[in-house]
Design a protein around this ligand. Sequence first.
Ligand SMILES: Cc1cc2nc3c(=O)[nH]c(=O)nc-3n(C[C@H](O)[C@H](O)[C@H](O)COP(=O)(O)OP(=O)(O)OC[C@H]3O[C@@H](n4cnc5c(N)ncnc54)[C@H](O)[C@@H]3O)c2cc1C
Length: 306
Amino acid sequence: MLRSVILAAARSNRVERLVESAPISRDIVRRFIAGEHVDDALARTRELAAGGLAVTIDYLGEDTTNPQQAEATRDEYLKLLDALHAAELTPAAEVSLKLSALGQVFDEKVAYEHARAICAKATEAGTTVTLDAEDHTTTDSTLEVLARLREDFPTTGAVVQSYLRRTEADCRELAVSGSRVRLCKGAYKEPESVAYQSRLDVDKSYVRCLNVLMSGSGYPMLATHDPRLVAIGEDRAKWFDRSADEFEFQMLYGVRPDEQRRLAELGYTVRIYLPYGTQWYAYMMRRLAERPANVGFLARALRSKG
Ligand SMILES: Cc1cc2nc3c(=O)[nH]c(=O)nc-3n(C[C@H](O)[C@H](O)[C@H](O)COP(=O)(O)OP(=O)(O)OC[C@H]3O[C@@H](n4cnc5c(N)ncnc54)[C@H](O)[C@@H]3O)c2cc1C
């Protein structure tokens, strides 16, 4: 219930204005976001890499309806990739992108062309791109764009969400040689017709998808902070005889940093999803929805406004 309310607020411009202007929001944001500029992303990446962690950087923004904004997002990624290359932070750091920030909402072809330019730059810089998964109305389009991108850039990563009923079948399609696939639970508010609603069903689906990916011939990227699912991931790696360089764990910047270090010390690749930019509102609201314990922060943020 609380999750639904917060995810609904994630799409409200009025709540966005309130939250963005509340002073305490800055403290919450600092915990989960690298900062506003490329230099902030580079500085945090350097720190994480020095601690033995890999990184995937996301330039914040989504659901763009304006072509100039989509171009500006593409240009920001090109700048970021140049900067990562110059700082010798590739291949440890790759980038994650949302097609909705590149124009998918108004023209899938535009989003494809922009993503293509970013993939070409990533290849030049010696790294890779992963296409984030967004709400279920975009899944078919995103998987189609992914398939086209993979014709020229086969290392482009996919993301699948275990809360969607379709995902186990998608995993079967994607678990092929060379295919990088991030498995997460899913962060959007979805209807029952397409998505499991209970935690138990989402977790059970995660394990079924994990089995498909770990037993297949692709490169699974297990994105979760859930201790039970991390343990099952470790177990399946042994079961399916995957060495530590044949899959990876992924977690969000600011979430369970001790666990990130623990897994890296055990010799696993652990990649941290590191967002930066000024458009942090929708991202932050999804993080709050996942962890209702943090909602007290939000309530204080709103009260301090007025
Ligand atoms: C690298 C990465 C990339 C992602 N990309 C996408 C994407 O492209 N599209 C998308 O829809 N979603 C994405 N997500 C978000 C994802 O779908 C989930 O919403 C998010 O990860 C929360 O689910 P969870 O598996 O971590 O477990 P939850 O169900 O949130 O938590 C399960 C358990 O994990 C532990 N836990 C969780 N958070 C904490 C915490 N802060 N401190 C201590 N313990 C904690 C607790 O024991 C909790 O009970 C991504 C997540 C990650 C990690």
